[in-house]
Design a protein around this ligand. Structure first.
Ligand SMILES: [Zn+2]
Length: 821
């Protein structure tokens, strides 16, 4: 079969003005390459969130393609060099290939990468790329044309729909990934989204690439093209070799672009390398090269004047500097310009990978050797057995399992620092290939205090500052600071053990309210018409403590089947004799407000609610504005979004009808009426400000107007004190970590405070600037009565990117509280 260029195949050049290939077309072209070239192998890794084929292409010389499996195995030997002799290592380096992964389009509006991926694949298949022979012989490339095929299709559809209208190239008013939109690249350790899980399991864990090139785009007035090195801070568990490699290859790419007369190339600016949620590779022996090209309007060109070029951390778009040797002069900027920069960057990267093959492999081996020979403290981490939140323990183990961290269980009980750990406690010893991944997720983050200038305001981190999983999940983890002498057994299956089958002849069954899985269980019961009750106050006897909020399920016809299914999944359901003081629950009809502004936190919350079997609607503006909401709903949730976005939505100049506008005054009045009629309104994080302003809450956000130099917490874990004898906080401890990200702190004139900041420093992990102790004693969670209803205010984010699993129960409780009779 004749190998065709994209132009020959489609009749147009991808990247031409106002022309895009959609996902269907791209798939067809890659199938063509797979059939027509022995250098290309197309694999479907699985299906995307919305069921599209999710693919990669392996590209190398014909000879390498015939020996792929051998190369894969050799690479695995280098990745885990335990037991590898010097002689064998030398041979593996002699015959090995640099493994490069190139990924495009995780952010679907950054569309140049996917469009370019077709000519990239062609130029290697046809060996028309400069240095093609050398690259094909020395490199095995794994190309992911789109890390988000659903979004690629949505964006091309939306773009085509609005061509030749005032909205051409404009904003799409919903998320380009079903649940999480742009946050899909803040998920590289949680692996909540299927595309990310498949990429880790089917590419990283199979191929252990040394170089990962991830193509992105930024704003139109920024520098034309950013290439690493990154700015400080670098996450401290990243091997220094990785840091040097990033500088090494990044500089080579930048040099090539400038040598080819491409202006506006920027290094060492804007982007830091702190949050592992964006860089799985950095704790797995590989480097992440992020490039960020200035955008046009999808495929529609823009004109940017020189005076409009903006500034950012580490650069001024108009001023020559050591890291920005040739500012762009302004002018027209086309999709084809972006692709041209990306093409040169890619060719420089692949050439570097090919020419320096031995060094890339030697360094990769060296990083692995340092990891497996690791000595000193910490010697291990322990996740003690017997914790209440067993479901979260297994969720954490699953993260480590996907990240190829080796997990063990203790054969017997053991004592460490005069504390005894039960047999079956989970242990992560330090001398193993990917301990760095576990360590950065388990330790406390100490984010450095970085200022814009000495004594000046804080320099905004690129993303959040904390990721301590024990705090996010509400589970105890222990850092082992002395050698551990315990008999261990390797754990390979991280599915929870089936709980002992409950007796089926008791008068009722109880489940711990701390467990997130308990909510899914209860939702299943309520939706199937079973009776469910909750304990109304803590009962303490000599033998047992039954916490307030405990789920109490009276024996009913047909219950056994449900209970056994859940016990099978590891949920501990205990038979009990009734006579407990309880309240009963009714199913709650509720809605999660969905604006036409594409809110990621709405998506994350929707994702989490679905995961825990909540049944709900997503009312948009017109449904809220129609009023009489009490007829439809018992509770409504306003997700975390800025006040103006709730009130005004997007303007008519940005999106066509019916998508412009927000709740407006009509929507606000309808919400007020809903609460007065007896509804429960749950406002999250910035939506609390909306409730205060619009519904005249007797409350103030005391942080609302503070400048960053007086108060700054850009994504950290803080401690709050909890009144846990209340339906909203049932299942919580007396002190809990919460996620604070530019959030608020409340004082209320009426109502009940359910969680407040302590008078001592509340910082548990991350970065906090609060020189005047503004948080001291302020409320984080409260309930305010209004008319026959009430408003629940979460002045923090209880869901946070499906990571704050420990505080899920608070919002779950808030919803179910609307059904307490
Ligand atoms: Zn991006």
């Amino acid at each position: 079969m004749q190998l065709m260029t994209p132009m020959e195949f489609f009749g147009f050049e991808p990247g031409s003005d106002r022309t895009l290939a959609d996902w269907q077309q791209m798939l067809a072209y890659f199938e063509h390459l797979d059939l027509a070239s022995d250098r290309v192998k197309l694999t479907e890794m699985g299906k995307s969130t919305e069921g599209k084929p999710f693919i990669n292409l392996i590209i190398s010389s014909e000879y390498n393609m015939k020996h792929l499996e051998t190369h894969r195995q050799n690479q695995a030997r280098l990745a885990d060099p335990r037991g590898l002799s010097d002689e064998d290592a030398k041979e593996l380096i002699r015959i090995g290939k640099t493994i490069v992964m190139i990924s495009c389009g995780i952010h679907s509006t950054e569309i140049a990468g996917p469009e370019y991926s077709m000519s990239l694949a062609y130029s290697l298949a046809a060996a028309t790329m400069p240095n093609a022979e050398q690259i094909l012989d020395n490199v095995i490339l794994v190309l992911v044309p789109s890390l988000n095929p659903d979004g690629h299709q949505m964006i091309t559809d939306w773009y085509r729909l609005n061509l030749d209208t005032p909205y051409e190239g404009g904003v799409m008013p919903w998320l380009y990934q079903k649940y999480v939109g742009h946050d899909n690249n803040r998920d590289w350790y949680s692996f909540t989204q299927v595309e990310n899980r498949l990429t880790i399991e089917k590419i990283h864990n199979e191929w252990h690439p040394q170089i990962i090139y991830d193509m992105h785009q930024m704003g139109t007035t920024a520098a034309r093209f950013f290439i690493p090195p990154y700015v400080d801070p670098i996450e401290p568990n990243v091997d220094p070799i990785i840091q040097q490699e990033i500088i090494w290859i990044g500089s080579a790419m930048a040099q090539e672009l400038t040598a080819q007369d491409k202006k506006g190339v920027l290094i060492h600016a804007i982007y830091d390398a702190w949050n592992p949620a964006r860089a799985f590779q950095h704790t797995h022996g590989g480097i992440r090269i992020l490039t960020e090209a200035a955008s046009c309007k999808i495929a529609t060109p823009v004109t940017v004047k020189f005076e409009e070029l903006s500034t950012g951390i580490g650069y001024d778009g108009k001023v020559r500097a050591w890291n920005f040797p040739e500012p762009w002069t302004g002018g027209e900027w086309h999709l084809s310009d972006i692709i041209e920069y990306e093409r040169l960057a890619t060719e420089a990267l692949l050439t570097h990978a090919a020419r320096n093959r031995e060094t890339w492999l030697r360094n990769f081996l060296q990083i692995g050797r340092k990891a497996v020979n690791r000595q000193g403290s910490p010697f291990a981490f322990i996740i003690p057995a017997g914790q209440r939140a067993t479901d979260s323990v297994y969720r954490l183990l699953r993260i480590f399992h996907i990240g190829q961290v080796e997990l063990y269980t203790a054969d017997r009980a053991f004592t460490l620092n005069s504390k005894t750990y039960a047999a079956g406690s989970f242990v992560i010893p330090s001398a193993q290939p990917y301990f760095a991944f576990a360590k950065c997720l388990l330790e406390i983050q100490e984010y450095p205090d970085i200022r814009e200038y000495p004594g000046g305001p804080p320099q905004r981190p690129y993303d959040v500052t904390a990721f301590t999983q024990g705090l996010l999940m509400g589970i105890e983890t222990v850092t082992v600071t002395e050698p551990l002498d315990v008999q261990l057994t390797r754990l390979t299956d991280v599915t929870p053990k089936s709980a002992v089958s409950p007796r089926t002849d008791a008068s009722c069954y109880i489940v711990d309210p701390k467990l997130n899985d308990g909510f899914a269980f209860v939702n299943d019961l309520l939706q199937n018409g079973f009776r469910v009750e909750r304990l109304t106050k803590t009962i303490e006897t000599k033998e047992v403590v039954l916490p307030a909020g405990l789920w109490v399920v009276p024996t009913q016809v047909g219950l056994t089947k449900f209970m056994l299914a859940w016990a099978e999944k590891g949920l501990v359901i205990t038979p009990w004799e009734n006579g407990l003081p309880t309240c009963s629950l009714q199913p709650v009809r509720f809605g999660l407000y969905k604006s036409w502004t594409g809110e990621m936190d709405e998506g994350w919350l929707r994702y989490v609610l679905e995961q825990f079997h909540f049944d709900f609607e997503s009312p948009s503006n017109e449904i809220i504005q129609a009023g009489n909401l009490i007829e439809k709903y018992d509770a409504l949730i306003l997700p975390n979004m800025m006040v103006k976005r709730i009130q005004e939505g997007l303007p008519e100049s940005m999106v066509p009808a019916p998508y412009f506008g927000g709740l407006g005054e009509v929507g606000a009045a309808a919400l007020k009426e809903f609460v007065n009629d007896g509804g429960v309104l749950i406002a999250i994080d910035h939506a609390v400000d909306y409730a205060i302003e619009t519904l005249d809450l007797p409350a103030k956000n005391l942080l609302a107007k503070l400048p960053p130099k007086d108060f700054f917490i850009p994504g950290s874990l803080l401690r709050v004190c909890v009144n846990n004898e209340h339906p909203l906080t049932w299942g919580a401890e007396k002190e809990e970590p919460i996620w604070f990200q530019r959030s608020g702190a409340l004082s209320i004139d009426e109502g009940t405070v359910l969680a407040h900041y302590p008078s001592s420093n509340p910082l548990l992990s991350g970065w906090m600037l609060d020189p005047q102790a503004q948080l001291n004693g302020r409320s984080a969670l409260c309930e305010i009565p209004m008319g026959k209803g009430r408003i629940v205010c979460f002045a923090f984010n209880p869901i946070y990117r499906a990571q704050a699993q420990n505080t899920y129960k608070l919002i779950f409780n808030a919803i179910l509280s609307a059904g307490i009779k």
